[in-house]
Design a binder for this molecule. Structure first.
Ligand SMILES: Cc1ncc(COP(=O)(O)O)c(C=O)c1O
Length: 355
């Protein structure tokens, strides 16, 4: 949802002549920290950068293992591999499509250096229970999709040693490309600030080797306006998703754990075993409807061959991730989807799936 306020905010940055390291990034960081109840917010250039920096900041090194749910857009697994560490892949729960405490426990080893808990499609993961069960292991909450989701009275991004957000255009709040690391730990925040800015501890003081993961002033200015729209976007998305849930009772959908409230970042259904997902996508496209595959099972991707082999050797299997990766379909859901358009989606899906 982009409007004239975003245009004005961008124009004002351009007129100011200050494109990086200026007041908009600080303002956006303060606003997100307030909205999520965190002490520190460190804006970065993408959700993937946020994960890479978080892993490095909590001390993940080559040869370490990081527990990662198998069902996900590959970013969290890639971030682990890029540090020379190994993802220990675990299956997800059949209802919430998130990792579980039992899954984490079964995958622990003496090399486990961190856990990544993903709030998949904005559905709150059991990150609080994981932090309580394994207090000695750094917990990174991949909240890329879950800005606006709550677990009890706390925002999902309030959990974890570091929580990572994405502002990719498919997320509720977008800056084009962008991300953020959130933490309450002063030392971790300092590490994250250095890691995003060439390893500098101060101007020209290079404390370590690191890349450039900064967010621009233009992006942050868009983010400030977007954040002010979050509450309205949440209301509308939940209303639209509730209608899908009411109408598509014959299909399996994601279920939020008791006491949590998701943001409906993606609305997915699991197609029946007889349906060919790609054919369903093509048939919906013929009716003017864009749908897409829901997610990926990391153990099936070639770059995860080694973690997949290790999981097999330890007799860890991934039936739920496979089911969701093969049969999961993401349906159109955006603020502005009309009643008639949603009716067309529901009727078309029912007709495409009728024998
Ligand atoms: C769970 C999850 N983590 C991380 C990312 C990466 O975010 P970005 O696209 O901003 O790099 C995504 C992106 O969609 C995601 O779904």
């Amino acid at each position: 949802v982009l409007g004239s306020e975003e245009t004005a905010a961008v124009t004002s940055v351009l007129h100011s002549g200050r494109l990086i390291l200026g007041p908009r990034v600080s303002e956006f960081e303060r606003a997100v920290a307030k909205c999520t109840g965190r002490k520190h917010a460190v804006a970065v250039s993408s959700g993937t950068s946020a994960l890479q920096l978080a892993l490095a900041a909590v001390g993940v090194r080559p040869g370490d293992e990081v527990i990662v749910p198998d069902l996900t857009w590959p970013s969290p697994g890639h971030a682990v591999l890029e540090l020379g560490a190994q993802p220990a892949l675990i299956d997800v729960d059949a209802e919430s499509w998130n990792l579980s405490v039992q899954g984490v426990r079964a995958a622990l080893s003496e090399r486990t250096r961190a856990i990544i808990a993903i709030d998949q499609f904005g559905c709150p993961s059991p990150s609080r229970a994981i932090a309580q069960a394994f207090p000695e292991i750094p917990l990174i909450v991949d909240a890329a999709c879950s800005l606006g989701s709550h677990d009890g009275d706390k925002p999902c991004a309030a959990r974890g040693d570091v929580a990572c957000l994405s502002f990719h255009p498919r997320k509720l709040v977008t800056t084009g490309e962008g991300g953020m690391c959130l933490t309450d730990d002063d030392a971790l925040a300092e590490q994250l600030r250095q890691l995003r800015n060439h390893g500098q501890a101060g101007p020209g003081v290079f404390a370590r080797a690191a890349g450039n993961h900064r967010l621009s002033e233009v992006a942050a200015a868009i983010g400030c306006i977007q954040l002010s729209r979050l509450s309205d976007m949440l209301t509308e998305r939940r209303r639209l998703a509730a209608r899908y849930r009411e109408q598509l009772t014959h299909l399996s959908v994601q279920r939020w754990p008791a006491g949590t409230l998701g943001n409906e970042q993606t609305f997915g259904v699991v197609l029946p075993a007889y349906a060919d997902r790609d054919r369903v996508i093509a048939a919906l496209r013929e009716r003017g409807i864009e749908s897409g595959r829901l997610s990926y099972a990391l153990h099936t991707l070639p770059q995860f061959a080694e973690p997949a082999a290790r999981a097999r050797a330890l007799e860890r299997t991934f039936p739920q991730a496979e089911r969701l990766a093969q049969r999961g379909l993401a349906l159109p859901l955006w603020v502005g989807l009309s009643y008639a358009e949603q009716t067309h989606v529901i009727a078309s899906l029912q007709s495409v799936l009728s024998p």
